[in-house]
Design a binder for this molecule. Sequence first.
Ligand code: C2E
Ligand code: MG
Ligand code: MG
Ligand code: MG
Length: 276
Amino acid sequence: QAKAAGRNTLRFFDPAMQALVAQRAAMEADLRVAIRDGQLLLYYQAQVSAAGQVVGAEALVRWRHPQQGLVSPADFIPLAEETGLILPLGLWVLTEGCRQLADWARTPERTHLTLAINVSARQYRQPDFVEQVLNTLATTGAPASRLKLELTESLLLHDVEDIITKMTALQAHGVGFSLDDFGTGYSSLSYLKRLPLDQLKIDQSFVRDLLVDSNDATIARTIVALGKNLGLSVIAEGVETAAQRDCLASYGCDAYQGYLYGRPGPAAELPTHAEV
Ligand code: C2E
Ligand code: MG
Ligand code: MG
Ligand code: MG
């Protein structure tokens, strides 16, 4: 009976699984349209120096879905990565972010701001990634020295030489590099020594319970010390309270990002000064 039904018949396919596959396919089609039809937008979240100045922002993508409203990246970036849609999506983010950065560069009270952009491993591994960034800087007029690319440790699973070559090429133009979600990934300390990074970003999972979990406190303190000893700046993400900020400050952390200073929002809502 099974044989008669033929090889390609999904006889034992679970209906729940089938529904999931259909839902994912629909979402992939939706996302393709979203990129093409301008349903994506960037939110910006302030990055604040130890001295309390807003020194920059991180761009965080959002999807204004016609039916579902504002969708957060956790719900579509993984799908975009699996399907390859991260390539056009990532280029859109880069272009829109650089346009904003160029705009800030022309605005007196925002001239000094840096912009951090998240780059997926798959996007970074494209052979022409360096050209994409340089072309985007050129066409938007954004200052390269105020662009910072956030990479994650997952990138280091692949050809590290190629990663370093691209970083060096972009750095020659002034582009900076931050290692995002630091401490949660796979990187070994020997990579850290070789990568021409500018910044480590302490993952928010270590910041959350900083004041109640002594292991998290130890890890955060150690990351700050490690960064300093390697000559890197260190920023913490997910800073929600002044007490967390003060604790990180006592370790020598250079900058902070989190709800304490403001949620991600439209560029116009980015604070010019830290209020806390
Ligand atoms: P991420 O780069 O680590 O960004 C930090 C995330 O923490 C953001 O979530 C931000 O909204 C959230 N966050 C900021 N402050 C706080 C806080 O005080 N407390 C808490 N609990 N959370 C805080 P978001 O915007 O949902 O982005 C999630 C992730 O999606 C990002 O994590 C990043 O990995 C990815 N992502 C966002 N935009 C892009 C993009 O343009 N390209 C790529 N490849 N990935 C992106
Ligand atoms: Mg990030
Ligand atoms: Mg992060
Ligand atoms: Mg994170």
